[in-house]
Design a protein around this ligand. Sequence first.
Ligand code: NDP
Length: 341
Amino acid sequence: MSIEEQIILITGASGFVATQVVRLFLQRGYRVRGTVRSEQTAEKVRSIFPEYKEKLSFAIVQDIAQPGAFDEAVKGVQGIIHTASPFQFRVEDNERDLLQPAIRGTRSLLEATQHHAPQVKRVVLTSSFAAINHLRKGYWPEHTYTEADWNPDTYEEARTADGPTAYCASKTLAEKAAWEFVETEKPNFTLATICPPMIYGPVEQPVASMDRLNESAADVYRFMNGSLTEIPATGFPAWVDVRDVAEAHLRAYEAEQAAANERFFVVAGNFFYDEVCEVLRGVEGVDKAKVPVGKTQERPKVYGVSNEKVRSRLGMEFYSLEASIRDTAESLLKLEKKLKQ
Ligand code: NDP
């Protein structure tokens, strides 16, 4: 089937990452069906892509954790990109707010695909470095992470753990559930998983207020809005730009034959928050007095990250940290202005 004839289901279409994924698939010529929680959200996403009115449609999926959530949404599509998953570090209930939507959402999407969309040949799942990282090893300077690493945390541990640990487990267990499904069910589709670390870059999704930014954009915004007087330790010192993450989803989708069932660690490199602050101080419009000053000489030794597989198998190249943080900041300044109007 030609690209123009294919409908790609992109779940969580109102999200930070999904906005760039939707954009790229539309630009490439695909039709996109995005899942969103409500008609109002669909309207907001539609307004981001006025030039693609004919090619962009929506399916309402209020809660991915509900049984059969995707049964209707998958009908008639040729490919699936599953980005929807809660990404928050502060939650009330680890199971209800993180683990169940991540794991059940993934499982029910794959089941719906098998039962209601047997024509689908390719599913790409947005997993995370969270599913690779051994949190308890800390900075683990003697280790270089690759696709072969798995976060060892269990559901039982995650139920009562702190927010970041529970989030990382939710991504790990969701990705494991997807691989188990492929192994045991032998469905008609092949699976690629995309594992990015902290994702920065332009914020273009619908945002209601600056205190409701997606988690990784908020991670940069706190260095611009005066809420930090000191630079904290870099919790996850590995990053990638959101446009490269979108590109990796597209390439993995299209590499159906060459990269059938594969996991991809989509990472640009290591970074530290003092470098982020250094870039922010150079961005026009950013109030330099609000950006905390770093102690560059005290950088710790941290784990390495290997993007060898995504470079060689998907031909990926990466934005520089400087360009990515500059574009993040510029988009946040624009958003601040828009929300004040
Ligand atoms: P966002 O919060 O911006 O996007 C998450 C999307 O998932 C939103 O559209 C959200 O809808 C939807 N969603 C979450 N829970 C549910 C639910 N229970 N029912 C229906 N929809 C739901 O986060 P990101 O764009 O950053 O994250 C997208 C994906 O990328 C996630 O899988 C995340 O784990 C992964 N990721 C993100 C990284 C980052 O640094 N940003 C790093 C690595 C991986 P709504 O807004 O309406 O709740």
